[in-house]
Each structure stands twice: as C-alpha cells, then as structure tokens.
Design a protein around this ligand. Structure first.
Ligand code: MN3
Length: 200
C-alpha cells in the first residue's frame, strides 16, 4: 500500500487573502506531494510500506540510517495536520473546555497568542510551532525541520508551518506578519478542540 496525499480540506482559494492560492499550489501541490513521492520511493518493497504513517514516523525517528525516511514521513504527517489547523474564516478564540484549559495553563488567551507567535517567529531556520497536550498540560513548543511532537509522546492540537515556503510568496521575509495572521484569521479552533477532546 503506497502512502497517499490527502485532499486539501478546502479549495486552494479558501484562505485568501491571507494565504494565496499560489502558495497552496506550491506548498500543497509541490512540497507536500513531493514528500509523499519521496516517502513511497524510500519505503518501496520494505516492511515500512505496510505500516501506518504515524508508525513510520515513530519507528524511524531515532534511527540514523532512516533519517531520510523519517524526514519525508514526518513532513507528510505535519503538512496534513497543518492544513487542518487552518480554515476559511478562521481565527477568533477557542470556546468551552479548551478555552478554559488555555486560561488555566497560559494565564489568558492573549498570553497564549503572544507566546505562540513568539515561538514561531523564534524558530531559527525551518520548522514548526505547536500547541500540544503534554501529560495533561498545554504547552507551546517548536520543532526543527521535520521533527514533531508525536515522537516525544505529546498530543498535537494545532501547528503552524514556519518553513519559508509556507509564507514567502505572500509575506516575503515577514514571518511575524504571517504568524499574526495565522492567529487572527486562519487558525481552526474547532480542529484544536476536537484534538483536545479526543486526548482528555
Ligand atoms: Mn511546509
């Protein structure tokens, strides 16, 4: 069974004017699709091709001989999670149990936004910013390149891609503007709430 590129959860124009259709054409259509192709080529005729994507990510993380497989598998996983972390008419604030948990663990929603933005902006080079549940506590983390919270036993609730390919066509070098827009107008709190509910 080959690994597959999941459909985008919305049309390529859905995130405009914040993320352009052109960015999604490259980011989804070339980068994400390319990781899937690489992963299939690297796992062809091996037992890894029979495993789930998450199993491949976890089982190759600590194996220096499989770093290429890990990087492509994790990037496939991360991008699918990232598309779902955003939606048309996103932004706003979480509600219900997740909102209460954010207040409890970060002090306030404003404090959460400030820290999440600073974490994404502060990731040197390529990587990801995450909201995760770690042993019952919400945390904001960042990872380098393809690494993700799954390999650390944490449950991701949201992610923001901070590789330059995620924002350069729309924001050039202005990563802080991209991060602010992600929080104000793109983030999908319904997705985060579902992930939170499934984890607690
Ligand atoms: Mn990317």
């Amino acid at each position: 069974m080959a690994f597959e590129l999941p459909s985008l959860p919305y049309a390529k124009e859905a995130l405009e004017p914040y993320i352009s259709a052109q960015t999604l054409e490259f980011h989804y259509g070339k980068h994400h699709a390319g990781y899937v192709t690489n992963l299939n080529n690297l796992t062809k005729d091996t037992e890894l091709s029979e495993k789930s994507l998450e199993e491949v990510v976890k089982s190759t993380y600590s194996d220096p001989a499989k770093v290429g497989i890990f990087n492509n598998a994790a990037q496939v996983w991360n991008h699918t999670f990232y598309w779902n972390s955003m939606k048309e008419k996103g932004g706003g604030a979480p509600t219900g149990a997740l909102a209460a948990k954010i207040d409890a663990d970060f002090g306030s929603f404003e404090k959460f936004k400030e820290t999440f933005k600073a974490t994404g902006v502060g990731q040197f080079g390529s990587g990801w910013a995450w909201l995760v549940l770690d042993h019952g506590t919400l945390k904001i983390t960042k990872t380098l390149n393809a690494e993700n919270p799954v390999v650390h036993g944490q449950t991701p609730l949201l992610t923001m891609d901070v590789w330059e390919h995620a924002y350069y066509l729309d924001y050039q070098n202005r990563r802080p503007d991209y991060a602010q827009t992600y929080l104000d107008s793109l983030v999908n709190w319904d997705f985060a709430a579902q992930n939170f509910a499934a984890a607690v």
